[in-house]
Every structure is written in structure tokens, then in C-alpha cells.
Write a protein of this length. Structure first.
Length: 454
């Protein structure tokens, strides 16, 4: 039986497009989970601004919990792709079985820990006395869906890495459409407010989870979920490989948490909540940039991993060139939108005369460096897709370090709004360093040697 995409033999450019575009669209649709929630929350009569600030505080925390899905999914899927490329299906089945067990255990442990620490975490990460009730209401309900979120997101990687990119896209689309339909019902019709937004998200995650598990337990994929063959060494390898994407997501959210805390500090009681609400809107726009970009560069990691296992270095280099061009095209489009027309995007969240201008300014600042970001994502996700954490992890850490330095220095000297400039500074500096490392090392790591001069 022919799979949807033959990772080892299909023409590279068409293969990249057939996997990258559905993965990009899946991530774009996935953004709707948070954007739609925030859009409806920001328009709750009378309390929209405070409710939006509360949801903004929750955002990075719940995303950090969800990062466990990438720890296992993005950690295990490249290893499985390499084994499939080498023709070792029994080893690929063992990897998938171990990853399923890991995700189940992580979901249970993280949900329990998050419930026990929820109030303290929200206060620590930027909730004010006024926004805390809304943050706590959203967060408490959302945590109930932790197992569904982790299994849906994490196991979806194992659908994509087997060549079923359209199935992976559909699982995300199914959850997003469910969320969009349920949000106004629970928030406005049933008058559940921010708790209704969280409940809609939980139910949409359940729908996605059921679809993903039904597919992976079914007869279609070459490597379905099985039981047995559990091995701590396999789990350790998965966690080591997934540590890079996990750290990327975790630090991205620490960056947001630190930003919210600094905005509260330098904005004071007069502007703190306004700035956090504006930052929440700007972060929503950045999600529209980074998540589809990650869909392009991360979703195609299966191509790189498979061909690395199959010993096809020229297919790897050709694929990465195509992936980079797609990423640059996408970020260039979003750069133009972010600079020329942020107003309509802000208007779907709020028309508050104090918050809206701040959000417009924040989007323009944050998007200044997003085109070079395509280089960073292509290189780091490319190394990760081939299981080369010794390159991807330091490059990821470097970008985070570059962000935190201006984040803490600039507001002290130039005021709260200057904190947003940390984003473009890191987005310009880090890709230059990553490109230099890639240029020096890529031909060696994929097995190509430079031609000898006569």
C-alpha cells in the first residue's frame, strides 16, 4: 500500500510542499484556539479588558504545560523517521509505544502539579489583584483538558512523520472548528465568561484527541500504536531529542512571563493591566507568525530525518533550501501586514481607547525582525529533525539569551514600551550566528565532503 507521501523517493520540492503546506495550515488553524478565545474574551461586556489580561497571563503557563507534547512528539518522531528510513519498522514501533506511555504519564503528573500550584503561579507570572479572578477561572477549567491536549498534539507528530500530513492537518482543523463553534455558546449564550472559553477549548481538544488516537490505533499507518517493548533507554533518547523543542517553547513562554511582569512593574497601577492586555494581543499576532512558520520547518523534519536515516544527503540539502524559501515568503508577508495594517487585527480583540494604540505599537515593534526568523527556524528545526541536538540546542539557547538581555535593560532606561524591542533584537542577532554555524557544519554532518582541488 502506498502512503500519502513517500519520504525517500518522491521529488523533493513537491514532497516539501505537500507536507509543509498542510503542516503550516494546521498550525495556522491551531492559532485560532488562542486567538478566538482571546477575541471573544476581549469583547465580554464590561470586563473585557481585565478578562483579556487574565487570559494573557494564563497563555504562557498553559503553553508551557503543552510543551510536554513536543518534548515527546517532536522528540520521538525524528527518531521514528530515521528508523523507518533505515527500514527498521520493529524499532519504529517500539519508539511509538514508548512515546505513548510517556505522554500518558506526563499528562497525569503535570495536571496534578498545575492544580496544586495554580494561584501562586498566576500571581508570580503577572496577574494583578484585578485580573487574578479571571485568570484563575480560565486556568482551573483549562487544566481538566491537559491529557487531551498532550495526546492530541504529541501523537499527531507520529501521524505527520509517517507521511500523512493531511490527516495531521485535519486533526487540528477538527479541534479548531469545534472551538470556534463552542466559544460563543459557552461565553455568551450560557453566560460562563472566561470559564466558558476554557471549557470550549477542553472539548475541542477532546475531539482532536479522539481522532488522532483512532487513526494511530487503526490499520492505516505503517507504524500503529502498540503495547509492550517499554525501555527506559528509548524513553531517555526520546526526551533527549525532544529537549530542544521543549526548551524553545518553555523559554518562549518564560519570555512572555517576564515581559508581563516587567510591563506590570514599569507600567504601574495606572497602565500595567493596559500594557499586559496590549502584549496579549501582540503575542497573538506573533503566534500567527511563529506557529505556521514552525509548521513549515518542523513539519518537514520527517523528510530530513527519513533521508538522513536512508543516507541521502543531497535530498536533505535540497529540502532545506525549499523549506527556507517557503519560510522567508511567509514571514515577509506577515512583516508587511504587521507594519502596514496592525489596526484591523487589534480591533477584533478590543476597541478600548487606551489598550488599542498600545497594541498597534507593540505589533509594529515585535514584527521588525520576523523575516530573519525564518533562517533561525529552518536551521534549528532542521538539526532537530535529524536528531542533532548538539547543534540545535545551543543555537536555541543563544537566541533566548539575546532576548533576555535587552528585555531587562531597555525598560529601565526607556520605559515600559521599550521591553517590546527585545523581540526584534534577538530575531536579528540569532539567525546570523545560526547561519554561520550551519554554513560551517552542514555538509559534514549529513555526510557530504568538499571536493578536492586538483
Amino acid at each position: 500500500m502506498r502512503v500519502e507521501n513517500d519520504l525517500g523517493r518522491d521529488p523533493i520540492r513537491r514532497l516539501v510542499l505537500r507536507i509543509a503546506l498542510p503542516s503550516m495550515l494546521a498550525q495556522f488553524v491551531s492559532v485560532l484556539y488562542s486567538v478566538v478565545d482571546r477575541m471573544y474574551i476581549g469583547n465580554i461586556p464590561g470586563v473585557g479588558e481585565l478578562a483579556l489580561a487574565g487570559a494573557g497571563v494564563c497563555g504562557p503557563i498553559v503553553t508551557m504545560i503543552g510543551a510536554a507534547a513536543f518534548l515527546v512528539g517532536v522528540g520521538g518522531s525524528p527518531l521514528m523517521s530515521v528508523r523507518m528510513g533505515a527500514g527498521d519498522l520493529p524499532a519504529a514501533r517500539r519508539i511509538l509505544a514508548n512515546c505513548f506511555l510517556l505522554l500518558c504519564a506526563l499528562a497525569a503528573g503535570l495536571m496534578a502539579l498545575a492544580y496544586l500550584t495554580r494561584r501562586e503561579a498566576l500571581l508570580l507570572f503577572g496577574a494583578s489583584g484585578a485580573s487574578l479572578p479571571y485568570a484563575q477561572s480560565y486556568y482551573t477549567v483549562y487544566l481538566a483538558g491537559t491529557p487531551f491536549a498532550l495526546l492530541a498534539t504529541g501523537m499527531n507528530q507520529f501521524i505527520i512523520c509517517q507521511g500523512y500530513a493531511k490527516k495531521g492537518m485535519f486533526s487540528v482543523l477538527l479541534g479548531a472548528v469545534t472551538n470556534i463553534l463552542l466559544d460563543p455558546v459557552f461565553i455568551f449564550l450560557l453566560d460562563l465568561g472566561v470559564a466558558g472559553a476554557a471549557l470550549a477549548t477542553v472539548l475541542s481538544q477532546l475531539v482532536s484527541c479522539v481522532f488522532v488516537l483512532a487513526f494511530l490505533f487503526g490499520p492505516t499507518p505503517p507504524v500503529p500504536i502498540s503495547f509492550g517493548g517499554y525501555d527506559p533507554r528509548v524513553m531517555g533518547r526520546v526526551l533527549a531529542t525532544g529537549f530542544t523543542p521543549f526548551v524553545i517553547i518553555a523559554f518562549d513562554n518564560l519570555m512572555i512571563i517576564a515581559l508581563n511582569a516587567l510591563l506590570q512593574k514599569y507600567g504601574g497601577t495606572a497602565q500595567g493591566d493596559h500594557l499586559v492586555a496590549a502584549a496579549t494581543i501582540a503575542q497573538s499576532f506573533m503566534l500567527v507568525v511563529t506557529m505556521p512558520l514552525g509548521g513549515i520547518t518542523g513539519g518537514t523534519g520527517a523528510i530530513l530525518g527519513y533521508n538522513y536515516g536512508a543516507g541521502q544527503p543531497r535530498r536533505i540539502l535540497q529540502a532545506q533550501k525549499t523549506i527556507l524559501l517557503l519560510g522567508i515568503g511567509y514571514t515577509a508577508l506577515l512583516f508587511l501586514l504587521g507594519q502596514a495594517a496592525p489596526g484591523p487585527f487589534v480591533a477584533i480583540f478590543t476597541r478600548d481607547s487606551q489598550v488599542a494604540p498600545l497594541a498597534v505599537q507593540a505589533i509594529r515593534i515585535c514584527t521588525l525582525g520576523i523575516v530573519p526568523l525564518a533562517v533561525q527556524y529552518t536551521i534549528v528545526d532542521g538539526f532537530t529533525g535529524m536528531g542533532m541536538m548538539q547543534y540545535s540546542l545551543p543555537l536555541s539557547f543563544f537566541r533566548k539569551a539575546i532576548y533576555f538581555i535587552p528585555l531587562f535593560l531597555l525598560p529601565a532606561g526607556f520605559g515600559a514600551m521599550a521591553a517590546f524591542a527585545a523581540e526584534p533584537i534577538s530575531d536579528f542577532v540569532a539567525p546570523v550566528v545560526s547561519a554561520a554555524v550551519y554554513w560551517r557544519r552542514i555538509r559534514h554532518v549529513v555526510g557530504l565532503r568538499p571536493k578536492k582541488t586538483p
